[in-house]
Design a protein around this ligand. Structure first.
Ligand code: XMP
Length: 514
């Protein structure tokens, strides 16, 4: 099936994935490409509209990120945002200059809502501004359609050429009506029909997986996380028993997690597939004994996973395809999509097994953002508690236990984390906090319990809110909830006599402790 495509041309701004997400929320499929992408390649994709993103440069400087003017002559609508707006005006004969004062933060904007871009928007609302340069003179043919107190051109357009520019950031939720503006662009100006819906994605994927796999055999490493679970179910619906899922319990999972995964995917579960659970707990504990350095722990856990997986694969013999749960942010962040810097490659690049005999990789979720993966999960009937799982790192509790990992410490952190999650859910906070967990500090201290001296561990509670996991703020959990968690952990978890709440944001902290 041919989808309508909007291209987001990335000039290196920090919100560029958000632009793509808002477009997708308007049920329009879009892809992000770097501004360094050849014009011929962009044309070949046959987009129905183009959005130029923000970026850190000044468009009038030498060597600033730019693009060929031919882009504006394709006859399709183009929308420039922030840097993109300035670049559009600069290239087409307007003037962009440095302002005396930076305009930053929530700002009152007045829009002309007879413009199709602002159709249905209030004449006055709040937008998110972040710029030094401003458009001091719009390009010939353009008229101004929005202003702020400090910005004579907060938006402008030339409807005869289908060109639109917005100085602020409609993609950021601080811009009250920004989602509607982007929706207007793709649905009313580009006239997209809104064919990007997850129910048809599922049907389309199932059909194309069947076609690709034929009667071949497929192997999938199932972690129980959202991405690999959704990928596995999609494959199972498409090819049933031709799929084998290998689930490695490395002993660093959350409490009861191994059994929960088995209950859903195992022989008594809901899906037609071959499920192999490998109980490799002791193997991991013995390889981790005495190891305290965080990166080394990560490396051992990653390597051991590949080894266990390869051993299982060997028993199965040659397969035709290997499934990977890659999602779109992985593609963009590993430098294949947009222009954003590679920050987290070590997180997502698990490494592929060398000794598994397969012909091709299948990545059924490669085009999807996380929220879309969740929608697909629901569409496929996967239980909500699995679909809305918070992120859990590959090395698991291994990086939530500071210092050496032992079976005893794993038990402590599992029990404390279980209580914490239970209380957060009871308080109705489980969907609103980005990520939350208990970690075991390597600190022991003196305490007193039942008239007796104790010398036990301190548990640290972490909870953060974040948009992209690259920056984060500690979550504001009600004191009563924290107190309840503290008292339950002290009373119910042997070996703990102190509980801390971590207030650190990221940066300077990271979300995990190691
Ligand atoms: P940090 O600790 O870097 O975490 O602020 C950001 C996000 O990435 C997850 N994370 C990892 N995920 N392997 C993973 O698969 C890792 O080694 C790893 N380290 C951190 C973390 O849980 C958070 O969501």
């Amino acid at each position: 099936m041919k989808r309508e495509l909007v291209i987001v041309l990335d000039f290196g701004g920090q919100y560029n994935q958000l632009i793509a997400r808002r477009v997708r929320e308007a049920n329009v499929y879009c892809e992000i490409y770097s501004y360094k992408t050849d014009f011929a390649k962009i044309k070949e994709k046959n987009p129905v509209g183009i959005i130029l993103t923000g970026g850190p440069a000044s468009c009038y400087e030498e060597n600033a990120a730019t693009y060929t003017k031919e882009l504006f002559e394709m006859g399709i609508p183009v929308l420039g945002l922030c840097y993109g707006a300035q670049l559009m005006n600069h290239l087409l004969g307007g003037k962009v200059e440095r302002a005396e004062q930076r305009e930053y933060g929530k700002t009152l904007v007045r829009v002309d809502n007879s413009s199709l871009l602002f159709d249905g928007c209030s004449p006055e609302s709040i937008c998110w501004m972040s710029h030094f340069d401003y458009i001091s003179k719009v390009a010939p043919g353009f008229t101004v359609t929005a202003v702020t107190d400090n910005c004579p051109c907060a938006a402008c357009e030339d409807t005869s050429r289908n060109l639109y520019a917005i100085q602020f950031h409609p993609e950021v939720l601080h811009t009250q009506e920004g989602t509607m503006m982007l929706r207007n662009f793709v649905r009313k100006i580009c006239k997209c029909s809104g064919d990007w819906v997850m129910s048809s994605f599922v049907q389309e994927q199932i059909r194309s997986i069947r076609e690709k796999v034929g009667d071949g055999k497929v192997l999938c490493a199932l972690s129980g996380g959202v991405d690999s679970s959704v990928a596995a179910v999609l494959l199972s619906k498409a090819i049933g028993n031709q799929l084998t899922c290998v689930f490695v319990d490395h002993g660093l999972l959350r409490k009861n997690e191994g059994d929960e995964v088995e209950a859903v995917f195992g022989p008594n579960g809901n899906y037609t597939l071959n499920f192999i659970r490998v109980n490799a707990q002791q193997r991991y504990y013995s390889r981790l004994a005495g190891v305290t350095e965080p990166e080394q722990k990560r490396k051992i856990i990653g390597e051991e996973f590949i080894r266990v997986f390869e051993e299982e694969a060997k028993k199965i013999g040659a397969v035709d395809f290997l499934v990977q749960g890659t999602i779109y942010p992985d593609v963009v962040e590993s430098g294949l999509g947009g222009e954003s810097a590679v920050i987290k490659s070590h997180h997502n690049v698990g490494g592929l097994p060398d000794h598994v005999d397969f012909k091709e990789i299948i990545e059924p979720l490669r085009d999807l953002f996380k929220d879309e993966v969740r929608k697909v999960g629901l569409e496929l009937g996967i239980p909500e508690y699995l679909v809305y799982r918070q992120p859990f790192p590959g090395p698991g509790l291994g990086i939530r236990i500071i210092g050496e990992v032992t079976e005893e410490k794993v038990r402590i952190v599992q029990d404390a984390d279980f209580i914490y999650r239970e209380e957060i859910a009871k308080a109705g906070l489980d969907r609103s906090i980005g990520q939350y967990f208990a970690a075991l500090t390597n600190m022991r201290s003196v305490g007193v319990m039942g008239d007796e001296r104790t010398y036990d561990y301190a548990v640290a509670l972490r909870a953060v809110n974040t948009i992209d996991f690259m920056t984060a703020e500690s979550a504001n959990i009600p004191y009563e909830v924290l107190q309840k968690v503290m008292s339950r952990i002290i009373n119910e978890v042997r070996g703990v006599n102190r509980v801390f709440y971590d207030l650190t944001s990221k940066p300077p902290g990271t979300i995990e402790f190691e």
